[in-house]
Design a binder for this molecule. Structure first.
Ligand SMILES: C[S@@+](CC[C@H](N)C(=O)[O-])C[C@H]1O[C@@H](n2cnc3c(N)ncnc32)[C@H](O)[C@@H]1O
Length: 238
């Protein structure tokens, strides 16, 4: 069995945008995959998160990795696809990861496999794409399944989509976060659970304001302000 430390050693040599604690959360979520369900990743890039989830999966677990590998905004394209394949091979997870080369909305519209026990949303970070990710995959989610979203409370579009769909949701409850990775669980929520979930999500708006302030200061070259908003030196925006 692979430990998280071994998985992180492999994954940290792959280009991507994950902190170690986010990597651990993905590895552990893969490990908790309920029997009979699959994990789905929206946005694979060079395989960093796919390797972590893949190595965490139980022995018969499977991951569907969805990425068109043609989006220049994220360094996508044939080169990334090759690196993704190599990363899976080096980690020894090729036999448990299936690739859907296309958009999340196309994959969810045609999905007729098992229910999804873990959905990892890390594709395009604009509001419309993220809403399509949620709306396309929600009907396939297993009760008790996990939904993790990256760059929530950092990217404005992702944050808006998260709040629009999950702030007062009857079916999705906030579970916590690892910086910009926000974690939800699917299940019917009582009014009290919904209220607590909403309040905990709203508390993240302070963190969100700080991330946006750092980004704006950085873009305008206001380095003194950038440092003022940071809690630690070189604080990551992920
Ligand atoms: C931030 S990167 C993913 C990083 C990856 N999860 C990791 O940890 O290394 C975003 C990826 O999403 C892909 N992408 C963008 N829009 C997408 C969509 N609608 N469906 C699936 N993938 C998408 C891009 O091609 C890009 O490779």
């Amino acid at each position: 069995m692979t430990t998280f430390e071994q998985a992180w050693q492999l994954a940290s040599s792959i280009e991507g945008w994950l902190t170690e604690s986010q990597g651990r959360a993905l590895f552990e979520a893969g490990g908790q995959l309920a029997p009979g369900t699959v994990a789905v990743e929206i946005g694979s890039h060079r395989g960093k998160s796919a390797v972590l989830i893949g190595l965490g999966l139980p022995s018969n677990g499977r991951l569907l990795a969805v990425d068109p590998f043609d989006d220049p905004r994220w360094g996508g394209g044939a080169e990334s696809l090759e690196m993704f394949r190599t990363a899976l091979e080096v980690a020894g997870v090729t036999d448990r990861v299936d690739l859907y080369r296309g958009l999340s909305e196309e994959a969810s519209a045609t999905w007729n496999g098992p229910l999804v026990g873990f959905l990892w949303v890390d594709g395009a970070h604009d509001r419309i794409s993220t809403l399509k990710d949620f709306d396309g995959w929600m009907p396939h989610m297993a009760i008790g399944g996990l939904i993790y979203v990256h760059d929530a409370f950092s990217a404005v579009g992702t944050t808006r989509a998260v709040l629009e769909r999950f702030l007062f949701s009857r079916h999705v409850v906030y579970e916590g976060c690892e910086r910009t990775m926000v974690k939800f669980r699917v299940g019917t929520a009582s009014p009290m659970v919904r209220l607590l979930s909403a309040l905990r999500l709203l508390r993240r708006l302070g963190f969100f304001s700080r991330m946006v302030a750092i980004k704006v200061a950085r873009r305008r070259g206001l380095h003194a302000w950038e440092r003022r908003f940071m809690r630690v030196e070189n604080e990551p925006l992920i």
